[in-house]
Design a protein around this ligand. Structure first.
Ligand SMILES: [Ca+2]
Ligand SMILES: [Ca+2]
Ligand SMILES: [Ca+2]
Length: 275
């Protein structure tokens, strides 16, 4: 696992469960960020309840979001694990139903993609995005409404024109919806997510403007048309431990960040992915 939280799990001494051959072991942990469709994390004044149930609807675990200014993560959910079928426990490869109840009492279900439980004691990073798309256009309805209202208020609004979130209104190369997800202003051409510098001397350095509450990974491929972009490890300026994600705490100001890529000896194309 990676990041600020170091979840150390020990396998508790197994005890006998209903079947003599079934034992209870370390829980499986999901960690990550509960966020709204704008990719803004739930903050200190918004607490969501997270519940995991098995396919029969039996509740396995429940937790709440928390707030820590120095971390992008705001939840950790421990799924009790057993080596066989026991009420209240999950087995490896189990699929879970996740339900999140937000601070207004609204319930969201099935929001985690492929919540497959791995080896007991394992940890998996899963971000939970609470979205609602009643009109089926692939965009969260409240995010669409917010962007449209901002557009109608901006210099880019034209009478008779229909709002299109896929359009790049401020002409900075990123669509309005992409800017909203990256945390930049869709109606300000000066505010855009881009790689601002690249040098490839002894160690390759990538610089880009990073926004609070977002995380950044570097992916590489050997051609621009490649389908598979692989994660590339890097060093942060203040660390000599390789990392594969740069997380910027919520509330931080937008700032220029530089990461130093580990040398690989081959030429590659790089992209910085923002989440
Ligand atoms: Ca929609
Ligand atoms: Ca734009
Ligand atoms: Ca912009």
């Amino acid at each position: 696992m990676r990041g600020i939280y170091s979840v150390v799990l020990f396998c508790a001494a197994p005890f006998l469960a209903p079947s003599a051959t079934t034992s209870v072991c370390s829980p499986y942990t999901f960690i990550g960020r509960v966020m709204d469709a704008s990719h803004d994390a739930f903050s200190s004044n918004r607490v969501a309840k997270i519940e995991a149930a098995n396919a029969n609807g039996d509740l396995l675990a429940r937790t709440k979001t928390f707030f820590r200014a120095d971390s992008r993560r705001n939840y950790a959910l421990q799924i009790p694990m057993a080596t066989g079928e026991v009420d209240g426990y999950a087995i490896q490869n189990a699929t879970l139903d996740i339900a999140v109840t937000d601070d207004l009492g609204k319930v969201w279900r099935g929001v985690v993609v492929n919540p497959e439980v791995g080896v007991p004691g394992g940890v998996r990073e899963v971000d939970i995005i609470l979205g609602e798309d009643m009109d089926g256009d692939g965009i969260d309805d409240s995010l669409y409404a917010r962007l449209k209202a901002q557009w109608e208020d901006s210099d880019y609004w034209r009478p008779g024109e229909t709002f299109d979130p896929h359009k790049d209104y401020d002409g900075d190369g990123m669509s309005t919806i992409a800017e909203a997800l990256a945390g930049t202003n869709p109606y300000d051409p000066e505010d855009v997510f881009r790689i601002t510098a690249f040098s490839s001397s002894s160690s390759s350095a990538l610089a880009f403007n990073a926004v609070g509450g977002r995380s950044y990974t570097v992916v590489e491929a050997h051609s621009l048309s490649a389908k598979d972009w692989k994660t590339r490890e890097f060093f942060l300026p203040d660390s000599d431990v390789p990392a594969n994600v740069l997380s910027v705490p919520s509330g931080s100001r937008s700032s220029s960040s530089t990461v130093y890529l580990l040398p690989s000896g081959t030429n590659a194309f790089f992209r910085v992915r923002v989440e």
